[in-house]
Design a protein around this ligand. Structure first.
Ligand code: 5GP
Ligand code: ZN
Length: 116
Protein backbone atom coordinates (compact mmCIF):
# COMPACT_ATOMS: atom_id res chain seq x y z
CA UNK A 1 0.00 0.00 0.00
CA UNK A 2 1.23 3.49 -0.86
CA UNK A 3 -0.04 6.88 0.35
CA UNK A 4 0.26 9.57 -2.33
CA UNK A 5 0.90 12.33 0.21
CA UNK A 6 3.49 10.41 2.23
CA UNK A 7 7.07 11.64 1.88
CA UNK A 8 8.63 8.21 2.35
CA UNK A 9 6.15 6.55 -0.04
CA UNK A 10 7.40 9.10 -2.58
CA UNK A 11 10.99 8.01 -1.88
CA UNK A 12 9.91 4.37 -2.31
CA UNK A 13 8.24 5.32 -5.58
CA UNK A 14 11.25 7.29 -6.78
CA UNK A 15 9.44 10.61 -7.19
CA UNK A 16 11.58 12.19 -4.45
CA UNK A 17 15.31 11.47 -4.68
CA UNK A 18 17.28 9.90 -1.87
CA UNK A 19 20.69 8.34 -1.44
CA UNK A 20 19.62 4.71 -1.38
CA UNK A 21 22.00 2.35 0.41
CA UNK A 22 19.89 -0.82 0.13
CA UNK A 23 16.69 -1.94 -1.53
CA UNK A 24 14.93 -5.26 -1.90
CA UNK A 25 11.36 -6.47 -2.34
CA UNK A 26 10.41 -5.53 1.22
CA UNK A 27 12.53 -2.66 2.54
CA UNK A 28 14.60 0.25 1.38
CA UNK A 29 17.30 2.15 3.27
CA UNK A 30 18.61 5.62 2.55
CA UNK A 31 20.79 8.31 4.09
CA UNK A 32 18.97 10.71 6.42
CA UNK A 33 18.88 14.21 4.91
CA UNK A 34 19.88 15.72 8.28
CA UNK A 35 22.34 13.24 9.77
CA UNK A 36 22.78 13.17 13.53
CA UNK A 37 25.81 10.86 13.49
CA UNK A 38 28.51 9.76 11.02
CA UNK A 39 26.13 6.94 10.04
CA UNK A 40 22.47 7.95 9.98
CA UNK A 41 20.45 5.67 7.73
CA UNK A 42 16.67 5.31 7.65
CA UNK A 43 15.29 1.82 7.03
CA UNK A 44 11.65 1.64 5.95
CA UNK A 45 9.20 -0.91 4.62
CA UNK A 46 8.07 -0.40 1.04
CA UNK A 47 4.49 -0.70 2.27
CA UNK A 48 2.95 2.23 4.15
CA UNK A 49 2.63 1.68 7.90
CA UNK A 50 2.21 4.98 9.76
CA UNK A 51 3.98 4.10 13.00
CA UNK A 52 4.49 1.43 15.64
CA UNK A 53 1.12 2.52 16.99
CA UNK A 54 -0.67 1.31 13.86
CA UNK A 55 1.12 -2.04 13.48
CA UNK A 56 -1.15 -4.96 12.67
CA UNK A 57 -0.70 -8.68 13.16
CA UNK A 58 0.22 -8.96 9.49
CA UNK A 59 3.11 -6.53 9.84
CA UNK A 60 5.37 -8.58 12.10
CA UNK A 61 7.55 -9.99 9.34
CA UNK A 62 7.89 -6.56 7.73
CA UNK A 63 9.12 -4.93 10.92
CA UNK A 64 11.45 -7.85 11.53
CA UNK A 65 12.94 -7.28 8.10
CA UNK A 66 13.41 -3.56 8.85
CA UNK A 67 15.33 -4.29 12.05
CA UNK A 68 17.36 -7.09 10.49
CA UNK A 69 18.34 -4.81 7.60
CA UNK A 70 19.44 -2.11 10.04
CA UNK A 71 21.72 -4.68 11.67
CA UNK A 72 23.07 -5.84 8.30
CA UNK A 73 23.89 -2.26 7.26
CA UNK A 74 25.54 -1.67 10.64
CA UNK A 75 27.67 -4.76 10.12
CA UNK A 76 28.57 -3.77 6.58
CA UNK A 77 29.75 -0.38 7.88
CA UNK A 78 31.89 -1.94 10.61
CA UNK A 79 29.83 -0.45 13.45
CA UNK A 80 30.42 -3.52 15.60
CA UNK A 81 32.00 -4.19 18.04
CA UNK A 82 31.82 -0.50 19.06
CA UNK A 83 28.04 -0.56 18.75
CA UNK A 84 25.26 1.53 17.33
CA UNK A 85 21.75 2.69 18.10
CA UNK A 86 18.46 1.89 16.36
CA UNK A 87 15.59 4.28 17.13
CA UNK A 88 11.91 4.21 16.21
CA UNK A 89 10.19 7.44 17.22
CA UNK A 90 6.45 6.96 17.78
CA UNK A 91 4.18 9.98 18.04
CA UNK A 92 4.74 13.65 18.78
CA UNK A 93 6.32 13.35 22.23
CA UNK A 94 9.05 11.15 20.72
CA UNK A 95 9.59 13.59 17.86
CA UNK A 96 8.12 11.54 15.02
CA UNK A 97 7.75 13.87 12.04
CA UNK A 98 7.25 11.43 9.15
CA UNK A 99 4.33 9.05 9.60
CA UNK A 100 5.72 6.14 7.58
CA UNK A 101 7.40 3.81 10.02
CA UNK A 102 11.19 4.01 9.92
CA UNK A 103 14.13 2.80 11.93
CA UNK A 104 16.97 5.26 12.43
CA UNK A 105 20.34 3.48 12.32
CA UNK A 106 22.83 5.73 14.11
CA UNK A 107 26.50 4.95 14.50
CA UNK A 108 30.06 6.15 14.36
CA UNK A 109 30.00 8.03 17.66
CA UNK A 110 29.00 7.45 21.28
CA UNK A 111 25.41 7.98 22.45
CA UNK A 112 24.19 9.08 25.86
CA UNK A 113 21.59 7.38 28.00
CA UNK A 114 18.93 8.34 28.87
CA UNK A 115 18.21 9.86 25.45
CA UNK A 116 17.11 13.50 25.26
P1 5GP B 1 11.34 11.14 12.67
O1 5GP B 1 11.53 12.49 13.31
O2 5GP B 1 9.97 11.03 12.05
O3 5GP B 1 11.65 10.00 13.59
O4 5GP B 1 12.41 11.03 11.54
C1 5GP B 1 12.24 11.56 10.26
C2 5GP B 1 13.61 11.67 9.64
O5 5GP B 1 13.45 11.86 8.25
C3 5GP B 1 14.44 12.83 10.16
O6 5GP B 1 15.65 12.35 10.72
C4 5GP B 1 14.66 13.70 8.93
O7 5GP B 1 15.94 14.29 8.89
C5 5GP B 1 14.45 12.72 7.80
N1 5GP B 1 13.95 13.33 6.58
C6 5GP B 1 12.94 14.22 6.47
N2 5GP B 1 12.72 14.53 5.18
C7 5GP B 1 13.61 13.80 4.45
C8 5GP B 1 13.88 13.70 3.05
O8 5GP B 1 13.24 14.33 2.19
N3 5GP B 1 14.88 12.86 2.67
C9 5GP B 1 15.61 12.15 3.59
N4 5GP B 1 16.57 11.37 3.11
N5 5GP B 1 15.38 12.22 4.91
C10 5GP B 1 14.40 13.04 5.34
ZN1 ZN C 1 4.25 6.05 3.34
Amino acid sequence: MSYPTCLFCKIVGGTIPATIVHQDDHVIAFEDINPQAPTHVLVIPRTHIASLDTLGDGDHETVGRVLHRAAEIARSRGLMPDGYRVVLNCGPAAGQTVYHIHAHLLGGRGFGWPPG
